[in-house]
Every structure is written in structure tokens, then in C-alpha cells.
Design a protein around this ligand. Structure first.
Ligand code: FES
Length: 131
């Protein structure tokens, strides 16, 4: 599903508005799969949002205009990180206060504890996540 011009395609799914995605081969042979997750205006600076891509819950944040995507599930007891407060590039889990650096997914108090991170790309007004 590539177009010659940009490598992006619009696909209509039944009953929903078109979903934009792109596939690219990265170094090492992994195939990236960027999927439209949100529109830029939906996530103000300092805010976050939970999106679902392929059945996976992903927390998407805007820290100073830079967008970051991490797994939504806190490693403590599964709290929803996308609903946590964002302080700089640190999100605070709303359930018991564990803190994660959204730039790398690491827990602030224990860098050995980590949630998955996902690449984010902006295409016009669309925010795309490689998930
Ligand atoms: S579930 Fe996140 S801190 Fe407990």
C-alpha cells in the first residue's frame, strides 16, 4: 500500500473515517508501521492522551511541543499512564505515583523498570505512531 510520491496511503475501513499509515524498512530490516493516532490539536503542550493501535493502549504526550509515545500500562499495577500528570518529560502514574521519563520509558526511581517506547511522526495535522 505505497504511493510512489510519499510512501503513504489512505485506507478506508468499514464505517470509519480513513486511517493513514505508512510502511518503511528501517536499518536492520525492521518494517516500520506508522499509524494515525491523533490530530495535533488534540494534545496541548503539557498534555497527554491514550490511544489504541492494533488493540494496544499507548500513552501519547506533548512535552514542550515534542511528542512522545510510551506503553500506557504502568509496570507497578497497570495504571493508565496516559491519564497521568506530565511534568516536563516525566509522567506521574495516576494510581500510586510512579514516575516515568516519557523520552525513554524508564521509571525515574528505578531505570531498570521500563515501559515500551514508540516512534512518533507528524504529517501535516496528523500524529502517527510506529506501533
Ligand atoms: S499502578 Fe502505577 S504507580 Fe501503581
Amino acid at each position: 500500500m505505497r504511493t510512489a510520491a510519499r510512501g503513504w496511503a489512505h485506507v478506508a475501513s468499514a464505517g470509519r473515517r480513513p486511517i493513514q499509515f505508512g510502511r518503511e524498512t528501517e536499518a536492520g530490516g525492521r518494517v516500520a508501521n506508522f499509524v494515525k493516532a491523533a490530530r495535533r490539536g488534540e494534545i496541548p503542550d503539557g498534555g497527554g492522551k491514550t490511544v489504541e493501535i492494533g488493540g494496544r493502549q499507548i500513552a501519547l504526550f506533548n512535552a514542550g511541543g515534542q511528542l512522545y509515545a510510551i506503553d500506557n500500562t504502568c509496570r507497578h499495577r497497570g495504571g493508565p499512564l496516559g491519564e497521568g500528570d506530565l511534568i516536563g518529560t516525566t509522567v506521574v502514574c495516576p494510581w500510586h505515583g510512579w514516575e516515568y521519563d516519557v523520552t525513554n520509558g524508564q521509571a525515574v526511581d528505578d531505570p531498570g523498570v521500563k515501559v515500551a517506547c514508540f516512534a512518533v511522526r507528524v504529517d501535516g495535522d496528523d500524529i502517527l505512531i510506529d506501533a
